[in-house]
Design a protein around this ligand. Structure first.
Ligand code: PLP
Length: 626
């Protein structure tokens, strides 16, 4: 199981039990666990079909508690004279049931919600209604947005509206004057410090959002003139998601804290410093990769935030602000796992067996004969030379076929011996340490495609869009050596729907070792750390819809409890997104068939059986069934 590196990316939430199944722990290193394979078997018995998105609510609660706890400890250790508050940016996953759970868990930690659009604002207001959660509004805002926020403030909501652009400030001043409502304001600054990795352009001079220093000066002036400067309570910056190096975070903190101090000196009574998101997730456990891992822990992050801000405020003799962070990815990445079945692709029994050509090579074409000779003689001393010759001969077989000198049967022979040679080389190479560089890549020619019941575009779109790594692990048979090197192909009709980069023992690898699947065996793989952004960024390529989702909590008596089942899209629902109506479809097809039936082209029985099948397809899950 070391090949999947679980110990390094799993945050002590995932392990392997004696049965060789993956287990999920409700809290890091807990002695309690849920066996994923048992859980999935039980769900299938309940007719909940894969792909199934499993949401482990204890993990979600635990992550919120951990982030609050590390800040509490850092505040205590540094004698920090103010508070910390976490705001969940709902863009990371806006699903009602998820936000509802976060709002409920978060209440005791003083959690708030961060929104970036009108629909998100409405969602947050509805979630905040009973819980009285504070809300921060980032993103561009039109007059309707601003007016809604101001009236929400008037009727008792705690909403801070963050100015991203100067033109927004003009609108806010205008609406405030017109309605007589005093807003609670924040200002987002465009830091010159940048993050690192895929999202580094969220920071720096050319960032999309925020005010430059000169614009902040203008904003303060304008607010003073309009008597609203005392409404500015919060300074915000965000230098990008998944910041992988702690020094980038420190630089941003120092610059942000300096701006806070200077704004206080200019007479702005700021109370909060909102350091945005960016707290990274270790997706591959390497602690070193460019954007899949992070070189710091939660504790180090919190300590640095508190220490740097205190240092700068103390030096300037300015009161320390309350700290807010908007950590999305780090809050939700761990809690969901997508489990699905590999479609049984054991086609070995269908493959022709050319074993006889090894014994009798007299009638073989010269190219195939040379390949057979290599296969028979290859050993660790001739490895490199034989490998080069094999590559050349297989290319030669294609050229000869194209020129008409090799027939289909002979080309199949060449292909067959080639794969035998590659397997033989692999068995020799596996024993060599270190493996010669040029032989490392050859293993790719051994890679088999495992077709898997999911859509990459729906469930892990970042894997396609930005080559993001997500750990993929079989949930069973981990007490057996996985001896097939695979790539994972989804069921969309798109060649891009294939994963060829994986988390391996020593960082990124180009093949995922999985087990040979027996005929009739149900073999499941899990996609881990997919809780952040994936669900909402996912799209409906080929009309594969939302997957089934199940909320699970750990239970000491029954091991687990199913809290919520959210049924994935049926075919009719996917079609509805693109404006088809199920009953219209059936009506149209029935009318057409009636004409054919009346002309006796089609029998009544066949026509009604087809309509029945069509109706059943409309009602069924968009993914593969039996
Ligand atoms: N806050 C703002 C303003 C953002 O734009 C984002 C996302 O990029 C976040 C918070 C969440 O960032 P993360 O998921 O890295 O914590």
């Amino acid at each position: 199981a070391k090949v999947y590196n679980i110990g390094n990316w799993g945050a002590d939430l995932f392990s392997i039990n004696k049965k060789g199944n993956v287990c999920v722990h409700p809290t890091p290193n807990s002695k309690y666990s849920i066996d994923l394979k048992v859980l999935v078997d039980d769900l299938i018995k309940r007719k909940i079909k894969p792909p199934i998105l499993l949401r482990f609510m204890n993990i979600l609660e635990g992550r919120i508690a951990s982030i609050s706890r590390v800040f509490k400890n850092a505040i205590h250790e540094n004698n920090y004279p103010a508070k910390y508050q976490t705001f969940y940016p709902i863009k990371v996953n806006q699903q009602r049931q998820v936000v509802e759970a976060i709002a409920n868990f978060g209440k005791k930690h003083g959690l708030g919600l961060e929104v970036g659009s009108k629909p998100e604002l409405v969602a947050a207001i509805s979630m905040s209604a009973g819980n009285k959660l504070p809300i921060i509004c980032n993103g561009y805002k039109d007059t309707e947005f601003i007016e809604t926020v101001l009236y929400a403030t008037r009727v008792g909501y705690d909403i801070t509206i963050v100015v991203e652009k100067l033109f927004e400030l003009e609108r806010i001043i205008e609406v405030s004057k017109r309605t007589g409502i005093i807003p609670k304001l924040g200002i987002r600054v465009k830091l010159s410090s940048k993050g690192i990795g895929k999202w580094s352009t969220s920071g720096g001079e050319d960032a999309k959002f925020g005010l430059r220093i000169s614009e902040i000066m203008a904003a303060i002036e304008s607010l003073k003139q309009n008597g609203l400067v005392d409404c500015v309570k919060l300074l915000h910056f965000h230098v990008g998601s998944q910041i992988t190096k702690i020094d980038k975070i420190k630089n941003a903190l120092i610059e942000g804290a300096r701006i806070y101090v200077e704004m206080r000196r200019l007479g702005v009574n700021l109370e909060y410093l909102d350091i945005g998101g960016g707290l990274g997730v270790d997706y591959d456990g390497s602690k070193s990769s460019y954007f899949s891992s992070v070189n710091y822990s939660l504790e180090e992050y919190a300590n640095d935030v508190i220490y740097q801000v205190k240092n700068i405020c103390d030096e300037a003799g300015v009161p320390c602000p309350n700290i807010i962070s908007e950590s999305g990815r780090a809050t939700v990445a761990h809690y969901s796992v997508l489990v699905t079945n590999v479609l049984n692709n054991n086609t070995q029994t269908l493959m022709p067996d050319f074993e006889h050509i090894l014994a009798d090579n007299a009638k073989l074409s010269p190219t195939v004969r040379k390949l057979v000779d290599i296969y028979k003689s290859i050993d660790r001393h001739s490895l490199r030379e034989d490998y080069h010759d094999t590559i050349q001969l297989i290319q030669e077989s294609v050229s000869l076929f194209n020129l008409g000198y090799l027939n289909m049967n002979e080309r199949a022979h060449a292909e067959w011996v080639y794969s035998k040679i590659i397997r033989k080389i692999n068995s020799i190479v596996e024993k060599l340490k270190p493996i010669p560089d040029e032989l490392q890549n050859f293993q790719l020619s051994l890679r088999q495609t495992y077709f898997t019941n999911f859509s990459l575009f729906q469930s892990i779109p970042d894997s396609w869009a930005i080559d993001q790594l997500f750990p993929i692990v079989p949930i069973q048979r981990l007490d057996e050596k996985p001896d097939v090197l695979t790539s994972i192909a989804d069921i969309t009709c798109d060649s891009d729907g294939e994963i060829t980069s994986f988390v391996g023992e020593n960082g990124r690898t180009k093949a995922l070792p999985l087990h040979k699947i027996d005929v009739g065996e149900d073999y499941y793989i899990g996609f881990f750390l997919i809780g952040a952004y994936q669900e909402i960024l996912g799209d409906m390529h080929n009309l594969f819809g939302d997957t089934n989702a199940v909320h699970i909590t750990f239970n000491k008596k029954t091991n687990y409890k199913i809290d919520t089942v959210i049924t994935g899209d049926a075919t009719w629902e996917s079609l509805k997104y693109v404006q088809y109506d199920a009953s219209e479809i059936l009506k149209r097809v029935r009318n057409n068939l009636e004409t054919d039936v009346s002309l006796q082209k089609v029998s009544i029985e066949e026509s009604s059986h087809f309509l029945e099948l069509l109706d059943r397809t409309l009602q069924s899950y968009t993914y593969f069934g039996e």
